[in-house]
Every structure is written in C-alpha cells, then in structure tokens.
Design a protein around this ligand. Structure first.
Ligand code: NAG
Ligand code: NAG
Ligand code: NAG
Length: 631
C-alpha cells in the first residue's frame, strides 16, 4: 500500500532503501536483548579496590544516570545460529531499553562461557576483568600506574576513567582513548603526538561480536580525516582543515547552533576532532556501522530514529556485501546483498550476522588451465561496474576479442565491453551494484564454469556509458567521512534543534509539535488536501503566509510504521530535495508528520518534488515558534 502510494516517483528508491534498512535495524536490534544487567538499587559510578562488579548482576551508572557500564551479552534469538558464548564489559545508554553497546573493553578477548567475569582493581592499580573461578586476568587497562590506590569512575559523558583515588586530576587510563565504533560527544578522534596514541573509530565485526571490523574512521597525523577499509583501502578523505572546515566539506561553516558544536585542533602536541552536545538530555548515537555506513541516530520515544547516514546508500559503502556479490538497493523487497550467479554465501553465519567480508564463493571451479577451456560468460545486466579492482584496457576490436582476452588468462573473472573499450577484472569482484532506477547500468560478463551458465545464447547488451558515469559521480558526491556526516545535520541550512515541545522529544534537523498547535494550525483539520489508506493530509498555516501540509496517519500499526519510516528517512529526503519533512507530532495515539506545503501537489499519491530554495524563511519562523512553545 505504501508502495502504491509512492509508486511512480523514481526517488522512492531512496525512501525504500531507508525504510528497508531501518526495518532491518529495528528488527535486529529488537531481537538482540540484554542479558541480565539488572537494576541494582544502589547503582554507583565508581569501582573501588576490593569492591568490583561481579558477573552480569551489577553495573555502574554515571552520576547523571545517562550511561551505564557492566557486563553484557548480545543475545541472538532471531538467528539460526543460536548460542552466543561471548560476554563483554561495555558502556551503553542507561535509559535505552534496547541494548546498544557504545564501547566495549574486551572485544578481542571476550569472556567465554562458562567463565563468569568480575571487574576489579588489581594489586598494581590497573582495572582488570578476572575470571571469577580461576582469578586469571582476561583483560587489563595495562596503564603505567604510579599508585595502587586507584578508582575507576564512569563519568557523565560516558568516559570510564581510571584515576588516583586521592587526586582526580591524575588519570592513568580512560576509555575515550580507546574508542570502538561510537563517537561519544566530548571524545577526541585523532592523535596525541607526544605519546603516539591514535584514537580512531573502528566498526564492529558483526551484530553480536564486538571484535573490530573492517572499517576505520581516523584523523591522520597530517590532520586529514580518512575512512579506511581493511587498513589498506582509503575510501574517503575529508581534505585538509583550512581553519574553518575540512576542504571537502565547505558546508561545515555557518554553524551558529549553540546546542551542538565541533572543534578541530592541530598543534605540536595533538591533532583531533571532537563534538559536543550541549543538551545533556538528548540521546544521540553516532556510530560507524558493521556494514560501513556511518549513522547518527536519535532515541525518540521507544526507538532509534536514524537521522543521518553516510554514505546515504548502503551499496555505496565500500565492499559492504563482500566479493562476488551484487548490491541491490532498489525497490525490490529482497535482501540488499546477493551472491552473483554461480556463487553462494561463503560463511552463512557471518553473513546473517551482518559480517559479509567473505562474500560469496564459486560453486564450480573454473575449467581454466586444462586442455580445452570450456568456461563461459554470464551476463550480469544493469549493474554499476567495480571501480576499484584491477582493470585493464586491452586493445581489442570487438566484444569477442574482449572475451578472448579474459578467457586467455586464468585469473580473469569477468569483463565488460563498452563503447570503444574492453575492461577485464582479475581476482575478486567487489562493489558491483545494481543500477539505480533513474540511471543506466552496464553489463558485466561474469566468468563461470560451463555448467553454471544456462544454455540460453547471450544477448547483445546495449551500451550505457554515460549513465553509469553520472551515477558514479553522484555517489561520490554524497559520500564523505562519517565524522563529517555527523556534523552535516547540524549545519544544514535552517536546521532546527529545539528543546522539548509538549511531551515530544528533542529532534535534530526536524522539530516536534504539540498536537494542539497542529490542530490550531490546520483550523482543526478543516482543509483537506488529499488522502489515502495511510490517512489524510491537511493544509495548515503557521503564520499568515507560511503554509504546511500536515499528514495525519491512521490505523495504529500502519501509522506507527510509516511514521517511524518517514521520520527516520528525513536525512535522506532532505538530501535529495524531496518534499521536506520539517517536523512531527508523537503525542499519545496521534502520529502526524508536518511537511512544507507545495502548491499543485497531489497529496493523495505522490511525494512531490521541491524547489529547494524555498525554505530558509520557513525554518527560521518555525524555530521561533518552537521557542515560544518551550515551557
Ligand atoms: C598496594 O601496594 C602495597 C604495597 O606497595 C600493598 O601492601 C597493598 O596491599 C596494595 N593494595 C592493594 C589494594 O592491593
Ligand atoms: C594532582 O595531580 C595533578 C596532575 O597529575 C598535579 O598537577 C597536582 O599537583 C596533583 N595535586 C595534588 C594535591 O597532589
Ligand atoms: C584484508 O587484508 C588482509 C591483509 O592484507 C588480507 O589477507 C585479507 O584477505 C583482507 N580481507 C579481505 C576481506 O579482503
């Protein structure tokens, strides 16, 4: 139904992508449940010598109740591979019921069943995880302590600090120096040039395993930010800092918001980037995901709402599906990552848990090297070809020549023949993406053993060269470092970051409305613009001249689903100039979405396009309205 409602607009793909990703995320997070950290009535924020945390029954809670530290385990009831024997020491948001690890101490050395862990201050003053039964050390802060009179404190910003008990300025170790996949507000990403400490973000291995994954976000010693895959492939760069912004992200200037700020420092002693959230009550998560996407989410009501993703499309995340896959983020409802014809998933367990590094493996070995080469080619149509793998422009006169060049080399796995050129690929094929509906793809001729290729004669493919070039360029344009992604939402022109309005929560980039105000703005929902099975759309005015379209969603479940999907897709919608979602209301049973009003739009069926310039004035006004509503 939602699909029909959106059909006809090529840009719906983006919406679907977001919806699908979001649902996946919700489903996965929903199924991962927290193992046991029960609320001990007397939560403290400090571990003292002789008074540690035992097993999974107790936790530290920061003084402001925002963060908790304890032992946790990601349970995976949903997955076919049932038992997860790993327990970690980690930090999570204390008030978020869905376990969302923000930091873990022992990702590389989990506590394995049946061992039962204990967190304690060791005789040398270091913080350690012990196996309760054997007293052996599983993990240690390994700090150069000058006293054994130390305490470990979970601070209000989520930083776990090991310090002298008598002098709080004498810090021996802190978790902010060893980040995992989460960029905490107040933490630094970058180098301490004196000690050589490099603080960088590292994605996790999969959805339950906290071991390091393949994506790294870091500032290099020269001050340039990079997103790196498998320590070797540089995916994105921020360019140099010019005093005001990274040269690849000029939109960083003009941030006049005093709720969030960022800071870049580069001197003799250190180079780092940091951000601050000046509203302690907002629960904002900035994370480098398992699949290579940076994500900024906000905890609203009962769920994480994804405010921003970078890159916007999962298929634009480098090697997100692994080798010999086709990444398909189109309108089809199937999975995003799919094995190529003649291949199957290398490691089904890892694949299911979101770790696709091993991609897919060949079902039947190639025949190459034997007396008579019987390998064939299979057309993988309408795809964007890999940009990154070894590619040779061979001098060939036609397509048959090109296929012969490939067949003549045993390591050649595929070729493509485009206007005037033959390209061949050797070894792994990664980053093959299904074309976007609004673009033209190309054909990849995939080399397979003869028996894997259906007996149909190969069709001659049309050549679409320019489409692919355009898609490539725009994909590159939307991709930037995750740490920049985080900032972009704050710097978007006319952004809003309002305090609580009514009983709704704080939002970034969008604002929250009280139901009575929307009732008022729409003159009690009197002027209907359109409607469908999702609900109805009404025209409203915030002031005499500023028009809104207010979509009221009907039907409890359907409404909730669409509501969350639309709110979560806000970053993407705004990115591509669809009609702009400027706010929402989530009060009691009421679910309303507030858009800017577009004349001549058919509100009953499509999401209209949008002249982008329209908005700054409106946003300005909204911001002031919102302020007035703030109690
Ligand atoms: C600290 O070290 C002293 C000796 O240097 C030792 O006597 C004492 O037991 C240690 N304290 C703890 C808590 O281990
Ligand atoms: C506390 O530690 C800091 C830093 O190590 C030091 O500068 C300061 O003198 C110490 N204060 C006391 C009272 O020992
Ligand atoms: C990552 O790099 C290592 C060493 O260069 C290599 O052995 C490994 O295969 C790479 N991983 C993937 C998934 O390609």
């Amino acid at each position: 139904m939602l699909r029909n409602y959106l059909a006809g607009d090529v840009r719906v793909t983006y919406f679907w992508v977001q919806l699908r990703n979001y649902q996946t995320l919700v489903i996965l997070l929903g199924l991962l449940s927290l193992h046991a950290p029960s609320n001990s009535a007397t939560a403290t924020d400090t571990v003292y010598p002789g008074n540690g945390l035992a097993g999974s029954s107790s936790k530290l809670v920061s003084n402001n109740s925002k963060f908790a530290l304890g032992f946790f385990r990601m349970d995976n009831k949903s997955f076919n591979y049932a038992t997860n024997p790993y327990t970690y020491l980690g930090i999570w948001f204390n008030k978020v019921p869905k376990l969302t690890p923000l930091w873990s101490a022992n990702g590389e050395s989990p506590v394995m069943d049946p061992a039962s862990p204990e967190l304690a201050i060791a005789g040398d003053g270091n913080l350690v995880i012990l196996d309760q039964a054997t007293r052996s050390v599983i993990w240690s802060t390994h700090a150069k302590t000058t006293t054994n009179d130390t305490v470990a404190v979970l601070q209000n910003n989520g930083n776990l600090v090991l310090r002298s008990s008598s002098n709080s300025s004498t810090v021996f170790w802190q978790s902010f120096d060893y980040p995992t996949d989460t960029f905490f507000a107040g933490a630094k990403i970058g180098w301490d040039k004196v000690t050589g400490l490099n603080r960088r973000l590292v994605s996790r291995k999969n959805l339950i395993d906290q071991a390091p994954g393949l994506y790294t976000g870091e500032i290099q010693k020269n001050g340039v930010g990079h997103l790196v895959w498998n320590s070797t492939v540089e995916i994105e760069s921020t360019g140099l800092w010019n005093g005001q912004y990274f040269s690849s992200a000029p939109e960083m200037i003009g941030n006049t918001d005093n709720i969030t700020t960022f800071e870049y420092v580069n001197n003799d002693k250190e180079v780092y980037f940091t951000w601050n959230l000046h509203d302690e009550t907002a629960i904002v998560l900035s994370q480098l995901g398992v699949d290579g996407q940076g994500m900024v989410s906000l905890w609203i009501d009962k769920d994480w709402v994804v405010m921003y993703k970078q890159p916007v499309l999962q298929c634009d995340a480098y090697a997100t599906c692994g080798q010999f896959t086709v990444c398909d983020e189109g309108e089809n409802e199937g999975p995003i990552c799919n094995c190529m014809k003649g291949f199957s998933v290398s490691s089904p367990r890892d694949w299911e848990l979101g770790d696709r590094r091993d991609g897919c493996k060949r079902n039947t070995p190639l025949h190459c090297g034997r007396s008579r080469n019987t390998d064939k080619f299979y057309d993988v149509q309408k795809v964007m070809l890999p940009q990154d793998e070894m590619k040779i422009q061979a001098a060939t006169s036609d397509e048959d020549d090109c296929s012969r060049v490939c067949l003549g080399n045993c390591s050649c796995t595929g070729y493509s023949y485009r206007e005037g050129g033959c390209s061949v690929w050797h070894g792994k094929l990664t980053n093959v993406k299904k074309q976007q509906p609004d673009g033209n793809g190309e054909t990849l001729y995939l080399r397979l053993a003869a028996k894997e290729v259906p007996g149909v004669p190969r069709k001659n493919s049309r050549i679409f060269r320019f489409g692919a070039a355009i898609i490539g360029a725009s994909a590159a344009a939307v991709a930037a470092l995750m740490i920049l992604g985080l900032m972009m939402i704050w710097r978007r022109k006319g952004k809003l970051f309002t305090r609580t309005v009514g009983d709704a929560q704080v939002g970034i980039g969008i604002t929250t409305f009280r139901y009575v105000d929307l009732q008022h703005a729409t003159k009690n929902f009197s002027e209907k613009l359109g409607g469908g099975s999702f609900g109805s759309v009404f025209k409203g005015y915030l002031s005499d001249s500023l028009a809104l379209a207010v979509k009221r969603l009907d039907g409890a479940n359907q409404g909730e689903k669409q509501f969350r999907a639309e709110v979560s897709s806000v970053g993407i919608i705004q990115h591509i100039n669809l009609v702009k979602l400027i706010g929402f209301c989530c009060q009691g049973d009421q679910r309303l979405l507030v858009y800017e009003y577009m004349p001549n739009s058919d509100w009953s069926c499509q999401r209209p396009g949008l002249p982008a310039h329209w908005l700054s004035g409106l946003h300005y006004t909204l911001r002031h309205q919102a302020r007035e509503h703030t109690p």
